[in-house]
Design a protein around this ligand. Structure first.
Ligand SMILES: NC(=O)c1ccc[n+]([C@@H]2O[C@H](COP(=O)([O-])OP(=O)(O)OC[C@H]3O[C@@H](n4cnc5c(N)ncnc54)[C@H](O)[C@@H]3O)[C@@H](O)[C@H]2O)c1
Length: 336
């Protein structure tokens, strides 16, 4: 199925968020007409500024937990990318709401998609569904053993999506992205991610804070690579009804990441601080992206060192404009 380069009408839930807004940029740049459905809980209007200037993007403010919002918005959109969610740290202090958005919100969208006759529904899941997996790198066959309500509720969304394919023939594709980073990544509140937190603290002359001994690992994908890959995956007919991992394919220790971040900011003099482990923190994430390559031919373009330098430019501008932005960063941000 062709999406990029066509004038398809595409719905992006969570399109004002970090990954969603880069996806909207990519789709609008590729000629699609895009509707963003977002309640702006964690999304930002400024993330959509460039996309709105193309004249091919419109925004619906609404909550996917309300089935009427889904029923009213889906018709007229043959292609749906579902990214709206609440995150992993949020699930530690507000598990009920996290479940409502991630699991029930997904069910609402699937029901509306079926009624509206959607011809491609991409469910954006997460590598957090693997939880405490034991064999690495992680293929799609690895056992799912989520450690958090976030991981569990995203997995529920996957199973609901698969059930709509099996029972009703809804053309669903499920994708499990590993960690993303890049401009617009959250640093603030319970959404704050490791890379913007390391970079902003280093810019302010503060050492990175590592939870645990630094031996945890993650697999980092630059967000613009991710946006392009999501479109390639949605376009891939062979993946309908199936599941695919999405990541760079390099396992990076968090203490090594801290050193890289300090180097890119030019603050090698700062020494990382260590705090106790975060509850439910997954020890290792490392993708086996063989299936992704074989089905779509897609490969990432941006290696971590280059992506970090590009990301730094964004946070440098942000910090220069507003040094007080650091006040929005909480150390133990799962306790908000
Ligand atoms: N960021 C990562 O590293 C990463 C890794 C793996 C998977 N993912 C998945 O990618 C997707 C996007 O993640 P992100 O990092 O861009 O998160 P984000 O928080 O930046 O984006 C989520 C968006 O959903 C919106 N939203 C939240 N609740 C909503 C509701 N009830 N109704 C409508 N909109 C709502 C938020 O306002 C926000 O704009 C999520 O599904 C997430 O599980 C992200």
């Amino acid at each position: 199925m062709r999406i990029a380069g066509s004038d398809s009408r595409v719905l992006v839930t969570g399109g004002a968020g970090f990954i969603g807004s880069h996806l909207v940029d990519f789709l609008a740049g590729a000629g699609c007409r895009v509707t963003v459905l977002d309640n702006f809980r964690n999304g930002r209007e400024e993330n959509l500024q460039a996309a709105l200037r193309t004249g091919r993007v419109n925004v619906v403010r609404g909550d996917i937990v309300d089935p009427r919002v889904c029923d009213n918005t889906l018709p007229g959109h043959p292609v749906v990318f579902h990214l709206a969610c609440l995150g992993v740290r949020h699930s530690l202090h507000n598990p009920h709401e996290n479940h409502q958005v991630n699991a029930l919100g997904t069910l609402n969208l699937l029901q509306s998609a079926r009624r509206a006759g959607v011809t491609r529904f991409l469910y954006v899941s997460t590598s957090e569904v693997y939880g405490r997996a034991l064999a690495f790198p992680l293929t799609e066959q690895a056992t799912t053993w989520p450690t958090t309500v976030y991981g569990a509720s995203k997995l529920a969304g996957e199973h609901y999506a698969a059930a709509f394919h099996t029972c009703h023939g809804l053309p669903v594709v499920r994708v499990r992205p590993f960690n993303n980073y890049g401009p617009r990544a959250h640093f603030e509140g319970d959404s704050g991610e490791v890379i913007p937190r390391f970079l902003l603290r280093a810019l302010a002359g503060q050492p990175p804070v590592i939870f645990g001994d630094g031996s945890h690992t993650r697999d980092f994908l630059f967000v613009q690579d991710c946006a392009e890959a999501l479109v390639r995956i949605a376009e891939c007919d062979a993946l309908v009804g199936g599941l695919v991992n999405l990541g760079y394919g390099e396992e990076v220790r968090i203490d090594a990441l801290a050193r890289l971040a300090l180097e890119v900011v030019g603050r090698n003099d700062l020494k990382p601080m260590h705090e106790a482990d975060r509850p439910g923190d997954v020890p290792r994430l490392w993708v086996d992206a063989t299936k992704l390559r074989q089905t779509t031919g897609w490969r990432p373009r941006i290696p971590l060192a280059q992506g970090l330098a590009d990301t730094l430019e964004y946070y440098h501008a942000l910090y220069t404009a507003n040094p007080r932005c650091l006040e929005q960063m909480q150390t133990r941000n799962w306790e908000v």
